[in-house]
Design a binder for this molecule. Structure first.
Ligand code: SF4
Ligand code: SF4
Length: 134
């Protein structure tokens, strides 16, 4: 089993179509919805974790793309500017899945694990030097 956290953007033409509900039925995928929102131009955005067999997960992603859903991977969207980050640690307290943590109490450096990120955006809001971007 593998899992992928994805950002799915549904243009207004497809926002009311039952596309996601086919993922468990057709591809045996389970999913956790991490965030759901409707943008001002009536586009929908779902951030979700998809879980299933690798081949079926890829087929499920292909199915979404074929149905005009824009698929992006969370870990490719979240970035930390290593030059700007001065390891103040403010972002640690707001990061729900512990994607930002101090591993080494001696150095007190903040480690960043993009694969744990759920794209909540809290670190982007609190970082004083705008080192985090989404
Ligand atoms: S809040 Fe910004 S500067 Fe501080 S540790 Fe986090 S990313 Fe680095
Ligand atoms: S967007 Fe930032 S605060 Fe939210 S999960 Fe990802 S790293 Fe943590």
């Amino acid at each position: 089993m593998v899992s992928k956290k994805v950002i799915l953007t549904f243009k207004k033409e497809v926002v009311d179509k039952p596309i996601v509900c086919e993922l468990p039925k057709e591809f045996d995928l389970t999913f956790n919805i991490l965030e759901a929102k409707i943008l001002p131009r009536r586009e929908g955005v779902l951030i979700m974790e998809l879980i299933g067999e690798e081949e079926k997960l890829q087929k499920g992603l292909d199915y979404l793309i074929q149905n005009n859903v824009i698929v992006e991977f969370v870990e490719q969207k979240i970035k930390r500017d290593e030059e700007k980050c001065y390891h103040c640690g403010i972002c640690i307290s707001v990061c729900p899945p512990e994607a930002l943590v101090i591993d080494d109490k001696k150095t007190m450096k903040v480690s960043f694990y993009p694969d744990r990120c759920i794209a909540c955006g809290w670190c982007v809001k609190v970082c004083p030097v705008k080192a985090m971007s989404l």
